[in-house]
Design a protein around this ligand. Sequence first.
Ligand code: PLP
Length: 387
Amino acid sequence: MSIYLDHAATTPLRREALEQMLPLLTDDYGNPSSVHGPGRRARAALDESRERVATALNSEPREIVFTSGGTEAINLAIKGTAWAGKARGNRLVTSAAEHHAVLHTMRHLEKFGFEIVTLPVDRYGRVDPDQLDAAINDRTILVSLMLANNEVGTIQPMADLVRRVRGHRAVAIHVDAVQAAPYIAIDVRELDVDMLSIAAHKFEGPKGVGALYLRHGTILLPQIQGGTQERYRRAGTENVAGAVGMAAALELSVAERSLVAPRLARLRDRLRDAVLALPNVELTGHPRKRLPGHLSVVARESDGAAVVMNLDLAGIACSTGSACTTGSTEPSHVLTALGYPEEEARGSIRLTLGRTTFEGEVEHAADLIPQTIARLRNATAMVATEI
Ligand code: PLP
């Protein structure tokens, strides 16, 4: 039995999305910039996808910029507004628990004279609205925060945070909604943000395609130069099939959310209870305000990487933290930001369920995962006694 519990890393491409993509990869392969029939058919498919994505986010088609994924959307949002706003100010505000796509982009900008304020987070990964308020001064041009954390699943109190930023003049807000998109209703008007990033592969769309919502009127400098595509905001021949697949997957995820999210929360809670029944295992992230299919723990006196490898041999795919930090010996920057010392962060395990996860898989995992952690702890204790 092979069980996939790493949906925060990526999800399988759903069949309905693939079926809608296939004609664009086979018969209707034209370049949307070409004036002939095949080109016009590709253009029509691209335009329709933009409308579908815009509707799902409650925005307008002209406010959607297709990108090569979450990372590119985030880079465009942050670098684009930073460079466009440089004459007004140089301060950019973010939090210590953001994805590297945000943190490393900020670090890059620091080399060019931007001042980066990295706000601390609480034990669950949340930003304090008062601290955010205090970090904004008259040189601040951008605040970038995530809606839900990829490593610990915590959902930010975004409405409160946005309200505090809106108390200041002319500060753009970017939200990294890459993890949140399949599970939290995203209405960009209600959220009152200027930019928001999503990536299709997190909601059963294809890899290598994402979108940036860019509120009409938000000034941004493009980061890829070339043709006039995406209304001059992102040059390069568009990934038409990718855009179609993303639109299909997003629409379905929005339509199914109210059924999928509670079912996943129930299965996640079943798994959580089984794993937390072990001694010295602590939930990381917020106990309630977290993504429905997301379980993350630190198992003390355990090596998370060894647990993940042993589970892989037993047919369960999961991770220690984010996929991007896998293979690295550095402790997760997110757990460090949450205040976990390095030895505890080393025992981190992330189990993330998705729409295609079924009950039998969770039952099997609920047996096997605690057994594996206990067995490895015993083995380590025996080696320690022998030494
Ligand atoms: N932001 C968050 C919160 C993520 O979880 C990820 C991917 O794991 C990204 C950004 C980057 O997205 P992508 O890998 O699609 O570029």
